[in-house]
Ligand binder design. Structure first.
Ligand code: NDP
Length: 267
């Protein structure tokens, strides 16, 4: 049996073991996948002890993605660009670091929801770790413009500057969002976790596709989008399953059927 797991703190809420158990069943692989609560100051030693027990790989969630970036001995382009790692594959003495968050979001938008980002105006709310992770995969979809708006304007400006070689990015404060519609709005703030909705112009949602990275309930962002005539409103459950599938493939080279798992979790 091959051993995998997910590190976080807290970790009790994680759906990853359920998702990976279904992937294993679908692909006929004999794997175990555990939730591992690492002490806030003890990620590296917990990870090494898991590796020494013969683990083949693991996921990393809040608050350890940057420490996982430092733990990896080799980094994919996505991981380097994101400055964070959510998946590690153990390959002999090497620890291969990958970031599948952005691939997960794009696969959910493009493959599951049939939303093309080509030539679209995309507004991202938030400039934290999740935004950094999704920017490169989103830019690869050739949007017309990718705007980053954040409560702390300087962080959005800096992020837009970091990705300026790809063109098309700009950054500003939430208060500078215009009251005119865009094509797609992605809520990558953690405001929904606190039951809050960033205070932004309502007109921007009119006819837009609105996607909250948070999942599992009607978030304040989703309620706001519906109340302001959004064309489509989605939570981030599909992204969660798709980022897990990309990690599963990175470890096992097998592509699971994500739609069946999304359907199961939603029911
Ligand atoms: P960070 O802590 O790195 O960043 C949080 C961001 O949210 C910052 O830009 C912060 O602004 C902003 N913010 C927080 N509270 C508010 C508020 N009340 N109003 C406006 N802006 C606010 O978090 P992450 O980037 O790691 O995660 C963001 C979200 O993405 C979380 O909800 C997380 O669960 C979700 N996520 C979902 C995934 C999935 O698979 N579906 C994968 C990864 C993340 P400021 O800079 O001003 O503090």
């Amino acid at each position: 049996m091959e051993r995998y797991g997910v590190f976080g703190n807290p970790i009790a809420h994680s759906l990853s073991p359920v998702i990976h158990a279904q992937f294993a069943k679908q692909t006929g692989l004999d794997i175990s996948y555990d939730k591992i609560l690492a002490p806030v100051d003890g990620f590296s030693s917990s990870a090494h002890s898991f590796i020494n027990q013969g683990a083949k790989g693991f996921n990393i969630t809040v608050p350890f993605k940057i420490e996982a970036f430092n733990l990896a001995t080799q980094l994919s382009l996505n991981a380097k660009t994101a400055g964070a790692v959510n998946t590690i594959k153990v390959d002999g003495d090497e620890l291969l670091g990958e970031n599948t968050d952005g691939i997960g979001l794009v696969n959910d938008l493009v493959n599951n929801l049939d939303i093309s980002l080509k030539n679209k105006v995309v507004l991202i709310l938030g400039a934290g770790g999740a935004t950094r992770g999704i920017l490169l995969p989103l830019l690869k979809q050739s949007p017309e413009r990718l705007m980053i708006a954040n409560r702390t304007a300087s962080k959005a400006k800096q992020l837009a500057l970091d990705f300026s070689t790809h063109g098309k990015t700009c950054g500003f404060g939430l208060d500078k969002i215009k009251d005119t519609p865009v094509d797609v709005i992605i809520n990558a703030t953690s405001a929904s976790l606190d039951g809050q909705m960033p205070n932004i112009a309502n007109g921007v949602a009119n006819g837009a596709i609105c996607y909250d990275l948070m999942y599992g309930e009607q978030t304040p962002f989703m309620n706001w989008a519906k109340a302001n005539n959004a064309k489509m409103v989605m939570d981030g459950l599909g992204m969660l399953v798709e980022q897990a599938a990309a990690a599963f493939k990175f470890w096992t080279e097998k592509q699971p059927n994500t739609q069946a798992v999304i359907k199961h979790l939603r029911s």
